[in-house]
Write a protein that binds this ligand. Structure first.
Ligand SMILES: Cc1ncc(COP(=O)(O)O)c(C=O)c1O
Length: 444
């Protein structure tokens, strides 16, 4: 083994502890297992403990850990190319751009690659600014999350008081740009007590009022996660998304779908197709590179794209290795993984909903493919969030060999988002460990 690798792999807990003061984190929860190796939906820590990973590592490992076919592609391609600068053409970039354009809905045909989700949202904003005039302000939804770069932080709920406190993004207000927010139809927490369709209609009316009277100039663009993931896996009503499309057309602005979390995980390549709404720009990130860093925007042919005079240039925006893994993953998604995601996702959703009979504290289960959120409340009638118990259930899961994501603006949503290759047997294991963790905390 390479001596440096041997040195790294030999580090014990005490040595890592001595290194810890050199590591600075701006997010994520420390104190979990120290991960050493993974295979499929499972990961092991340095002490040899096994976990089923329902986070897919920031939801990005669609094919799980150490997927044979992805690793084979990496081994083959790495012998020829890894890093290539944006200015140089490569076969992988031509191939992947064409594949994404073929798969994308409507006339979304041109792709610009970039280095991460936040920068991809910013790339979409640049395209919008070039195409919509007179315009300055972007619209986003209450509880949305679009990144932590200075350009996107203001669009993420972590810069608001949504969590009951000013956290994260609120410390950089001098540098972040303001966004105009419109209400999101959170159908589980509908504050008006009307039916879901009326609620969606009311949110659209408030959006229209804002477009008309709350924005100087046209809205530069409306940025939407079709399923608000970080907010708590909130599935936006179909009629609401259709209504937003109509509003964007009427006000001659762009509809930008942030599909960084929905891409493929909902059992279809694009949420745009799932909801039957074609946006003007789709933003992709996270799992696009099959676990290697890659993000992109796909834009409509009607739009003016980037000019090659340094409007959008990044050192690592042409990672040929990530592009071949992305292309391989698209092939596997089409072959069997999307169908598996739909089938196992529906099964998990149904079984999780069945648990509501025994555990009324499970207030809501929101599922689309393997994009699943479970919201915990004191009582299904009051819907009072129970964040402390939700954290305790997550920790009980760690003791029982399962990693859940923790989220939602009220910190009371467990995210069950395993890799899309999860089998039905593995889904049963997830359910057993989920119920054991819930029982340990709520029925102790
Ligand atoms: C919907 C959405 N948009 C944007 C981002 C930002 O992506 P990144 O963390 O790669 O910058 C995230 C990350 O969680 C996300 O979930």
């Amino acid at each position: 083994m390479d001596p440096v690798l041997a040195q790294i792999y030999a580090m014990d807990a005490a040595e890592m502890e001595r290194c810890a003061r050199h590591v600075m984190l701006g997010g994520g929860t420390r104190g979990g297992p120290v991960l050493a190796r993974g295979q499929g939906v499972r990961v092991w820590d340095t002490a040899g403990r096994e976990f089923i990973d329902c986070t897919s590592q920031s939801w990005a490992l669609y094919l799980g850990y150490a997927h044979d076919e992805i690793n084979a592609v990496i081994r083959q391609h790495i012998e020829s190319l890894t890093h290539t600068h944006q200015g140089f053409d490569t076969q992988p970039r031509f191939f992947l751009a064409r594949r994404l354009a073929e798969l994308a809905p409507g006339d979304l045909n041109r792709v610009s690659f970039t280095v991460g989700g936040g920068p991809a949202v910013e790339a979409a904003m640049k395209i919008a600014i070039k195409n919509v005039r007179p315009a300055r302000d972007f619209v986003c939804l209450h509880d949305s999350y679009h990144g932590t770069t200075l350009g996107t932080m203001g669009a993420s709920w972590i810069s608001t008081h949504a969590s009951g406190d000013y956290i994260g993004g609120s410390r950089f207000l001098e540098l972040t740009r303001p966004f105009i927010r419109i209400p999101n139809p959170d159908t589980y927490r509908n504050p008006f007590g009307v039916d879901a369709a009326t609620y969606a209609e009311m949110c659209l009316t408030m959006a229209r009022e804002t477009f008309e009277r709350g924005i100087a100039g046209r809205p530069a663009g409306v940025i939407v996660e079709p399923i608000q993931a970080s907010a708590g896996q909130l599935i936006l009503p179909r009629e609401y998304l259709h209504g937003l499309r109509a509003l964007c057309d009427e006000f001659e602005t762009l509809l930008i779908f942030d599909e960084i979390q929905t891409f493929a995980r909902i059992g279809e390549m694009f949420a745009a197709d799932h909801f039957g709404v074609t946006p003007d720009i789709i933003v992709l990130g996270k799992a696009l590179g099959a676990g290697l860093p890659l993000a992109a925007i796909i834009i409509s042919d009607r739009l003016e794209g980037f000019a090659p005079d340094t409007e959008e240039l990044h050192t690592f925006a042409n990672p040929s290795l990530s592009m071949v893994t992305a292309a391989k993953q698209l092939a596997l998604l089409e072959e069997w993984v999307l169908a598996n995601c739909r089938e196992v996702g529906d099964y998990l959703g149904e079984r999780l909903r069945a648990l509501m009979a025994d555990y009324p504290e499970i207030g809501d289960v929101r599922q689309a493919g393997l994009h699943i959120g479970v919201e915990f409340v004191r009582d299904p009638a009051t819907r009072e969030p129970i964040p402390d118990e939700t954290v305790a259930i997550r920790n009980a899961g760690l003791e029982r060999g399962i990693i859940f994501g923790l989220g939602g603006v009220r910190r009371n949503v467990l995210k069950v988002k395993p890799p899309l290759i999860c089998s039905r047997d593995e889904a049963d294991e997830i359910l057993a460990r989920f119920e054991a963790s819930v029982r340990a905390v709520l029925r102790a």
